[in-house]
Design a binder for this molecule. Structure first.
Ligand SMILES: [Zn+2]
Ligand SMILES: [Zn+2]
Length: 293
């Protein structure tokens, strides 16, 4: 299995001299499975530079899995060049919103409204299919199994586990570990706490033992209290998650747009020094970083 990071920034693209080393593009991860499938996790602006490497593979079939439709995870989709070329195929997977009933097949058409984008959806020459996913409903592509796992964020967010030929990885998308909304003095506190613990145990079971875990580590522990409820994790929440899941390698992503490369390395170092976890490898995801195992 091979994973390449094309966008590791959260919220908004952040190019400039201070983000050159880790990159300014928003979330996009290329996955190549050992049986030859091209899977793309999220279509943030990183999908544009990825698309420019794919010309030699036309006609291709890209399987694009969207964790959730916030801008930083979809904004590059209209710029995914294979969509414009006949004989290419793209299958776009994602959740339906249970509140608004908006489904994944609107994800391109909304962005391609003529007042926002100069090319209309009917001018895309590739064959595009949409697949709405439900929690836990596995997708099988040849020898690959992709499992959507519902994770806490202000909108429905699927983390995706990918398994192929005994190798595995999991990407959280945007994820904040749920917290108890009651005060310890409240009658409901204990009941809610046991629900949270069950929820965490179920989640950890689904990602247990993955080779590679890629997780949303937007904030430091010091920043988190003022961002609570915004739907993102911390460096240390990701490290604890990786330890409990017995993940072999952890890559931290969704870097804060205001954080410079130097600041990112400094807070990462601080997090490693202040919390000891049993995870064989912990690293910052970086644009252009490619791992193969
Ligand atoms: Zn995001
Ligand atoms: Zn989000």
């Amino acid at each position: 299995m091979k994973v390449c990071f094309w966008g590791v920034r959260g919220s908004i693209p952040s190019p400039g001299p201070n983000t050159v080393r880790y990159g300014g593009n928003t979330t996009c991860i290329e996955v190549r499975t050992d049986d030859g499938h091209l899977i793309i996790l999220d279509a943030g602006t990183g999908i544009f530079p990825l698309s420019q490497t794919l010309f030699g593979e036309f006609p291709l079939h890209a399987h694009i899995f969207n964790t959730h439709p916030h801008w930083d995870h979809i904004q590059g989709l209209p710029f995914f060049i294979p969509l414009f070329v006949p004989n290419n195929r793209a299958t776009i997977y994602g959740a339906s919103d249970p509140i608004t009933h908006n489904s994944i097949d609107e994800i391109l058409s909304v962005q391609l409204q003529y007042r926002f984008f100069p090319i209309r959806e009917c001018e895309l020459n590739a064959k595009i299919d949409y697949v709405s996913l439900k929690e836990g409903e596995k997708v099988t592509l040849g020898e690959v199994t992709i499992t959507p796992v519902l994770l806490n964020h202000p909108v429905v967010n699927f983390g995706y586990r990918i398994d192929c030929r005994g190798k595995s990885m999991f990407f959280t998308g945007d994820y904040e570990k749920p917290y108890n909304i009651y005060d310890p003095e409240d009658d409901e506190f204990d009941m809610y706490q046991s629900l949270l613990e069950q929820n965490e145990a179920d989640f950890l079971e689904q990602i247990q033992g993955v080779d590679v875990l890629i997780a949303d580590s937007s904030y430091t522990e010091a920043e988190y209290p003022s961002k609570k409820g915004w739907g993102h994790g911390t460096f240390q929440s990701c490290m604890k998650m990786a330890e409990k899941a017995q993940a072999k390698r952890l890559f931290l992503t969704h870097h804060e747009p205001t954080r410079s490369d130097d600041a990112l390395e400094a807070v990462f170092k601080e997090s490693l020094e202040s919390l000891t976890v049993d995870v064989p490898e912990i690293a910052l995801a970086r644009e252009g970083l490619s791992i193969e195992w």
